[in-house]
Every structure is written in C-alpha cells, then in structure tokens.
Design a protein around this ligand. Structure first.
Ligand SMILES: Cc1cc2nc3c(=O)[nH]c(=O)nc-3n(C[C@H](O)[C@H](O)[C@H](O)COP(=O)(O)OP(=O)(O)OC[C@H]3O[C@@H](n4cnc5c(N)ncnc54)[C@H](O)[C@@H]3O)c2cc1C
Length: 415
C-alpha cells in the first residue's frame, strides 16, 4: 500500500538525524524535511569532545558535521533549540515544549541518549557529565585551572576523559565499580590489559569502588568512597553510562523499554522509524546462534551505527511510502576509542562470551587482535593498533562464520 509522504519530520539534529536527512535527499525525496533539535548548534561531532577538544588540540570550529553550504544544500526546515515534548501518533502530530505542533507524514526519531548522573553532588561546581559541546567546554575550562581530576566510571567515555586529562599533564584518578576499565565492551579477558594501559600511563585507579558522596560546599573538594577513602578533586567527570532520550514518547502509543523498540527494519510503527543511540531493534545478523532464545534486540551507542542506521531508517521510510518491501538493518556493530595514544577498535558482540582467543600480536606490545565466540560461532573482535585485522574478522562476522572458521583464518594469517 502506498502512503502519502510530503513532509518528513526528524527529531534529533545530530549524527543519526543528519544522515537520515541526507539519505532522504540522496534517494531523491524532494518533499519537506523538518529537522528538530534541542541544541543550539548545527549538527556537530561528539567523539572529539572527550579527545581533541579536552586536550586542547581542537577548538569547536572543527566539530560541525557539515559545512554551512552543505547543510544549506539539504534544504531543511531546521528548528534548532526546540524540544519535542510529545507525540500524537493517530493524528501524526508532534508537540513541542513551546506549545507548537508539527504535523508529519513520516517521522524519524533520532534523539540519542543522555548521561546518567549520581544521585548526589551534581549541583557542585566542578562536577560534570559529558555529552554535549557545552559540557565539553565546561570541563575543558575546569581542566585549564589544573589541579586534581577524578573520573568516576571507567567505561569508554571515562577512560578517554582520563587519557585526555593525563595528556595535559594533570593528576588523574579513575574510580570504577567493577574490577577493571571497559569490562562491558572488552570482557574480563582483556581486563588486566586495560587496567595496565592506564596504570602504566600514570593514572591512579580504584576498582571495585563505590562512590558514596562528594565533599565541598559550593565547589567539589573531594570524592568519598564507601570504604571511607577520600580522594581530593578539583574537577570530577561522571561517566557512568547513558539512557536513551525517550521521556517525550512516554504518552505515545510507541513501545519503549531500554530504547525505542523497533522491528528489524528500524520501524517503531507505520511510517515511524528510529535510528542511533535511541533505537533498539533485532539485528538479524546475530540471530543464527541464538536458537531457542526469544528474539534478542540491540541498542548501539556508537558513531558508525548512528550513521548507518540513520540512512537505513530513511531508506525504509521511503520504501514504505512507495509500498515496496523494506530492508532489514543488519550491520556488524563497530566502534573505536583513543586512549593514551592507542586506537582500540571493536566489532560485533565482544562482551563476555563462551570463547576468547588472542589470535595475533601480544598484549604486552599493545598491538593485537582477539576474537570472541558463542555457541560455535564467531561473534566479535577487538583489535588494538591493527585496523587491518579488525576488518578481516569483521568480514567473517558478516558471513556468520563459525568459531572453527575464524581459528582457521587466524592460522592462515599467522602462516
Ligand atoms: C564524548 C563522546 C565521545 C564519543 N566517542 C566515540 C568514539 O570514539 N567512537 C564511537 O564509535 N562512538 C563515540 N561516541 C558515541 C557517538 O558519538 C554516538 O553514538 C552518536 O553521537 C549517536 O548519535 P545520535 O544521533 O544517535 O545521538 P546524539 O548524538 O545523542 O544526538 C541526539 C540529538 O537529539 C537531541 N534531542 C534529544 N531529545 C530531544 C527532543 N526531545 N527534542 C529535540 N531534540 C532532542 C539531543 O540533544 C541531540 O542533539 C562518543 C560519544 C560521546 C558523547
């Protein structure tokens, strides 16, 4: 069945939203596109916020995702600094927090995620979370004052902030509730390696540690741990994870859980799609080893996925409007992280699995590739300083290779 598509509304003017808008134009859609974003800037890139912007190598002029001319050429109705506050699905209308209403024929939801805060101390000067350009500039200006930096949470964002602050010659302490940095994405198997990376760089670390409070009246002076340890702090960055931005959808008929729930086509409802950090969907590429399990879904908080899913959502919206079959979105997830001069890359599913094998290089040399497997299949790869290896195993994951086939590939490469 064909559906009218004269006006597409995209909520979230960042990586996924921008790529969705571009894909619509690339595919020949010449109707109206309204892009709604609650930040004042034109779409900008977030990865440099914890890296080059904090170290001072870059300024904000390097952050925009497109030049002014490229953005202009998309011919969007760009509502910046405006917030979607509700969605009326039956009437195909979006509500804005200033009372305005925006009608749509097709809707793409790309509202991303927001960082979690601790239940205390977030009002103190010197205590930060990091998601936006404004957050990064506030942190940078605190780092300019020198002093002691405490990073709470050793996930990728926390570990990158620690690395950037350390690169500026600052005294950095990282506090993590688990037993090592980045356990979620790298698994227990690389825990010692990840801890050593930071330890050898000179970052002080507290693992299995619970933050119980902050000391300070106006400005933070120290962080207190549950065991009574007091760590002096002039700047604190809390990096304890993110939650998808979905509160504005709570009264809509869409299904929300840990993310806006979509089908394999990134569709949340007829003519409504989601993309990027906010979207949860079943990735068909990873269903083959999940026999007998209820359908598993993914929500990916990485740069490449936001681009690819934004494009996929836009294409499927156009296909649906033409009454044509939709295309399942089934990528091999990928991310990179830069820490202490090393590039850490991962692809597929890498968190604790049945199988783990260091297949190339050595941990001591900080140049290696390790693979992860589940139920006889290759599921993921981590490569440090070796992008070529990452791509080899990424291609195997795409082909749904078995664990034995992956080991065979490793033997062939090693010759
Ligand atoms: C500091 C930092 C470093 C990172 N480094 C890496 C890295 O090295 N490698 C990697 O792979 N990934 C990295 N990422 C992750 C990557 O940047 C994200 O996955 C990506 O930005 C997600 O894009 P998105 O468009 O889905 O969401 P976002 O970029 O979060 O954009 C969503 C937009 O929607 C807006 N919005 C939210 N709610 C509303 C509303 N109700 N109305 C209007 N607008 C709304 C938000 O303000 C935001 O502008 C990093 C992220 C951060 C924060």
């Amino acid at each position: 069945m064909e559906r009218r598509l004269n006006r597409v509304v995209i909520v979230g003017a960042s990586l996924a939203g921008l790529n969705a808008a571009e894909a619509l134009r690339d595919e020949g859609y010449d109707g109206a596109i309204t892009l709604i974003g609650d930040e004042p800037e034109t779409p900008y890139d977030r990865p440099p916020l914890s890296k080059q912007l904090l170290t001072g190598e870059w300024d904000t002029d390097r952050l925009p995702l497109r030049s002014a001319d490229e953005f202009e050429a998309l011919n969007l109705d760009y509502l910046s600094g405006r917030t979607a506050s509700g969605l009326d699905v039956p009437n195909q209308t979006l509500l804005l927090n200033d009372g305005d209403r925006v009608e749509y024929d097709g809707l793409i939801i790309a509202t991303g995620a927001h960082p979690l805060s601790l239940p205390f101390g977030q009002h103190l000067d010197g205590v930060h979370t990091l998601r936006s350009q404004a957050d990064a500039l506030r942190i940078r200006s605190d780092l300019d004052r020198a002093g002691k930096v405490v990073v709470i949470g050793a996930g990728f964002i926390g570990a990158e902030v620690a690395s950037s602050a350390h690169a500026r010659g600052l005294d950095v302490t990282m506090i993590e509730a688990l037993s090592a940095p980045m356990i979620g994405p790298l698994g227990e198997q690389l825990a010692d390696w990840a801890a050593n990376l930071h330890r050898e760089a000179g970052v002080e670390m507290h693992f299995n540690a619970k933050v119980s409070g902050f000391i300070g009246d106006q400005r933070v002076k120290a962080v207190e741990l549950a065991d009574g340890t007091r760590i002096d702090a002039d700047t604190v960055v809390v990096g304890i994870g993110v939650r998808p931005n979905m509160r504005w959808l709570e009264d809509s008929s869409l299904t929300i859980g840990d993310g806006l729930i979509c089908d394999q086509f990134c569709r949340a409802a007829p003519m409504i799609y989601a993309a990027g950090d906010v979207a949860r969907w079943p990735n068909e590429l990873f269903m083959h080893f999940r026999y007998g399990e209820p359908q598993r879904t993914m929500r990916i908080e990485h740069w490449t996925n936001a681009i690819e899913q934004g494009m996929a959502a836009a294409r499927n919206l156009l296909l649906e409007s033409r009454g044509e079959p939709l295309e399942a979105f089934a990528p091999v997830p990928y991310f990179w992280s830069d820490q202490h001069g090393l590039s850490i890359m991962a692809s597929g599913i890498t968190s604790p699995r049945d199988e783990f094998r260091l297949v190339h290089g050595t941990l001591e040399s900080n140049r290696f590739a390790a693979i992860y497997g589940l139920r006889g299949y290759l599921t993921g790869v981590v490569a440090v300083g070796w992008p070529r290896m990452l791509r080899r195993y990424q291609a195997l994951i795409r082909k749904q290779a078995t664990w034995e086939e992956a080991l065979e590939e490793a033997r062939e490469i090693e010759g």
